[in-house]
Structure formats: C-alpha cells, structure tokens
Write a protein that binds this ligand. Structure first.
Ligand code: ADP
Ligand code: MG
Length: 233
C-alpha cells in the first residue's frame, strides 16, 4: 500500500520546536550530571562510564549542529544554480560511505540545465540528509537512484532506495522533530529538510512500501534561465 505524505500542515511552531530541543538536550545533560556527581562523591567512574558520557555529549552535539543548519548566522545567499551540479557534489561526498555498504548510485539527470533559485549549501544539506537516510536504510547494499527532470515550471528530483522502507503506521510520523527509529539518530534530518524546501517555495513528499524501499520527491520552482529558454521557444 502506497501512501503520500504532505508534512507542511504538520510543521510545529518555533516555540514547540524550541521546547523539543530543550527536552532532547536535557536528557543527555541529566545523564552527564549524574555521572559527574557520582565521580565527585564516590570516585567510582570506570572507562565504560566515560564512554557513555562521550556518547551523550556526541548526541547533544548532533542535535545542536542539525539546528544550526536552520538558524544560519550568516545571511542566506540565494543564487541561480544548476541542481544537477549540486546532486553530483552530494554523490561525490557520500560515494565512499555508500561503497562501504555495497551501495551504488544510479543517476538520471536531464540533459538541459536545471536551474533553481537557491541557497546552495542548504539545498546540498537536504540532499545529503535524504541520501544518508537511504544509505542507512540499506545495510545489505543495493542501488540508490537519483532522477531529475524538469516539468512545466518545476525542477523535480526523485531519490529512491531499495532499503527496508517505512511501516505504514510510521509514515505519518516522518518529519516530526525527534522521530527516529535509529539508535543514534536525531530525528531532525527530514524536519530540517522539509523546512529548507519550504523556504525555497518547493515541496517534499515521501512514499514507501514497507520492505521494498522509500522514495523522496522534491519539487522546486524552476529558476530564471529555464523560464527564459521556454519563453524563447
Ligand atoms: P534520523 O535519520 O536521525 O533518524 P530523519 O529525520 O532523517 O532522522 O529520519 C526520521 C526517520 O524516518 C528515520 O529514523 C527512519 O525511521 C525514517 N526514514 C527516513 N528515510 C528513510 C528511508 N529512506 N528508508 C526508511 N526509513 C526512512
Ligand atoms: Mg537522517
């Protein structure tokens, strides 16, 4: 059974998000304080405790860095960029990680430039988040297919994998902040991606058949050059 998700209605307000972050960071902080107090009072910490403390710290670090992507201090810089180049960059970046798991990339891009008006680094981050999820869903290897084409005035990017897929009852939860089924996941990747795509006036959908894989479709308004080409036709 196939299901289509539109997460835009579900986006939480900034206040709810902030409360979520505070909550998620407080848990590892409480653990860290517990261990430190134990050490102060009884001097009983062993290497295993230190290891746990480090992984709690790493968790805080991950949560904070995912949020920094949204709250970029430097001015957001929109430019006309070819999506094909951004996708190629992302593939080169993740190629060696994918190969470790026996994963190959199959790319099918349009022959013509696919220009979008975008903040390149943020868009790159979106594709990284999605391809990483695909890699993490395929521990036994397989193919990740990246398709890109131009329809009407939209640039459409489809990223599909042959991984474990998403159980039907879990589909509505995807993109909720902190929803994750991974031991060391933050559950922020899809939410952050969704917000970035919204800021680009685009849309993002996930479809999945449990056991067969997942497919993420992103639509972005086509940038100036494509419109110009069209009006010249
Ligand atoms: P994280 O990767 O830290 O768990 P995300 O927001 O990136 O957080 O993803 C949230 C959840 O959505 C994942 O934990 C996983 O359960 C599910 N998910 C996302 N992408 C895929 C995919 N390609 N295949 C299967 N499940 C996925
Ligand atoms: Mg992720």
């Amino acid at each position: 059974m196939e299901e289509l998700l539109r997460r835009s209605e579900k986006l939480t307000t900034v206040g709810q998000l902030a409360a979520g972050v505070a909550h998620e960071i407080r848990n590892p902080l409480t653990t860290l304080r517990g261990f430190l107090q134990l050490q102060q009072e009884k001097k009983v910490l062993v290497p295993l405790h230190i290891e746990l403390m480090l992984s709690e710290l790493e968790r805080i670090n991950l949560i904070v860095s995912e949020f920094l992507i949204l709250a970029k201090p430097q001015a957001v810089h929109f430019q006309q960029k070819d999506v094909r180049h951004i996708l190629s960059d992302v593939i080169s970046l993740l190629d060696s990680q994918a190969h470790l798991f026996g994963i190959e990339f199959d790319t099918r891009f349009s022959e013509h430039p696919a220009i979008v008006h975008c903040e390149e680094n943020q868009l790159k981050q979106v594709f990284i988040n999605i391809v990483k999820n695909a890699i993490e869903a395929m521990p036994e290897g397989g193919t990740i297919t990246l398709t890109q084409h131009v329809v009407e005035n939209s640039v459409v990017i489809v990223i599909s994998d042959e991984g474990e897929g998403v159980p039907e009852d879990m589909l509505p939860k995807l993109g909720e902040p902190f929803f994750t089924n991974k031991e060391s996941g933050t559950g922020l990747g899809l939410m952050v991606s969704q917000r970035i795509i919204q800021a680009h006036k685009g849309s993002m959908e996930i479809q999945s058949e449990f056991g067969l894989g997942a497919e993420v479709t992103i639509r972005l308004p086509a940038g100036q050059s494509i419109n110009e080409e069209r009006s010249e036709e």
